[in-house]
Ligand binder design. Structure first.
Ligand code: 2AL
Length: 258
C-alpha cells in the first residue's frame, strides 16, 4: 500500500518531520511518501494562506494519483482543500484535524485542541462543528507560536506542554489534539508529560487511510465527490483545467513551472 502525505505548505523541513511521524505510524507493508507543493505559502496560518495553498495541494494529489497512491493525507490542521482532494482522488483522503479530532472521541468524553496562533482557532472550531465533535471539544487554545517558529523556538516544546497541562487542569479533558502538523513529533513525549492521550493528527490520519484502504473503502463517487467536470481554466490556473483531450486520470496537468 502506498499512502501519500501532503504537507500543503512549501517548507521542506516541515515535510520531513511530517514524513517521519507518518512512517512511524504506518504498519508493515505500507509505504509513505511525504511531499509538499512547489508553489504556495511557506506556512498556513490564515484563511488567505489556506486558500492559496489549495492549488499546490491539488496538484500534489493529482501527481500522487498518477504515481499510484492508494490514499492521501492532507497534513495541515485547517484541512484545506479536503473536499476538492476527495473529488480528484480515487482512494480515500483524510485531513489531520478530522482524523485527530475523531480519534480523540474514541479516547474519552472530551478533548481540547492546542494550536499555534489564536487567529487559527476559529477554523478549528468550525472544523469541530463540521465533523460533529463540537460538543466533545471543550476548548481550542493557542500558544502564539507561528508555524515555522515551532522548528526554531527553543521554548516551543515547554510552552506547548504547559498549555496542554493547563487544558487538562482547567477543562478536565480526557485527551488533547495537537493543532498543527509541525507538532507531530511532540505527541508521544506530551502524552507522558501531561498524563492524558495526546493525539498527533498526522499519525491518526495515516492509520485511518491505511485502515480504509485495507477495508477496500474509499470516497463515495456517486455525486458530490465525483471527478470535477472538465472545463478550461484561465490565467495562471490554466494548467488546472482538464487536458485538451479530456483524458483522465490525471485530471490536472502540473502547475506552471513544475
Ligand atoms: C498549520 C499546519 O498544520 N500546517 C501549517 O502550515 N499550518 N496549522 C496551524 N494551525 O497552524
Amino acid at each position: 500500500m502506498l499512502i501519500q502525505v501532503v504537507n500543503p505548505n512549501t517548507t521542506a523541513s516541515m515535510t520531513d518531520l511530517i514524513g517521519r511521524s507518518a512512517r512511524a505510524a504506518a504498519g508493515p507493508g505500507t509505504a509513505v511518501v511525504a511531499v509538499n507543493p512547489a508553489m504556495g505559502p511557506v506556512s498556513i496560518e490564515s484563511h488567505y494562506d489556506e486558500a492559496l495553498a489549495v492549488p499546490g495541494l491539488l496538484a500534489q494529489i493529482a501527481a500522487g494519483e498518477a504515481g499510484g497512491a492508494d490514499g492521501h493525507v492532507v497534513a495541515c490542521f485547517g484541512d484545506p482543500g479536503l473536499d476538492a482532494a476527495r473529488e480528484l482522488a480515487a482512494g480515500p483522503v483524510v485531513g489531520i484535524a478530522e482524523a485527530g479530532m475523531r480519534a480523540a472521541t474514541f479516547l474519552g468524553r472530551s478533548f481540547g485542541v492546542v494550536t499555534t496562533l489564536a487567529r487559527t482557532t476559529g477554523r478549528a472550531w468550525d472544523l469541530a462543528a463540521r465533523y460533529g465533535v463540537r460538543e466533545q471539544c471543550r476548548t481550542v487554545r493557542a500558544v502564539e507560536i507561528a508555524v515555522l517558529a515551532l522548528e526554531t523556538d527553543a521554548a516551543a516544546r515547554s510552552r506547548i506542554a504547559a498549555e496542554c497541562a493547563d487544558v487538562v487542569a482547567t477543562e478536565g479533558v480526557d485527551a488533547i489534539v495537537l493543532g498543527c502538523a509541525g507538532m507531530a513529533d511532540l505527541a508521544a513525549e506530551l502524552t507522558v508529560r501531561v498524563g492524558v492521550p495526546v493525539v498527533d493528527g498526522v499519525a491518526a490520519a495515516v492509520v485511518t487511510v491505511e485502515g480504509l484502504v485495507r477495508l477496500g473503502l474509499t470516497t463515495g463517487k456517486r455525486g458530490e465527490f465525483a471527478p470535477p467536470p472538465p472545463k478550461p481554466y484561465a490565467g495562471p490556473l490554466a494548467g488546472f483545467g482538464s487536458r485538451p483531450s479530456g483524458a483522465r486520470p490525471p485530471l490536472l496537468t502540473a502547475p506552471p513551472g513544475r
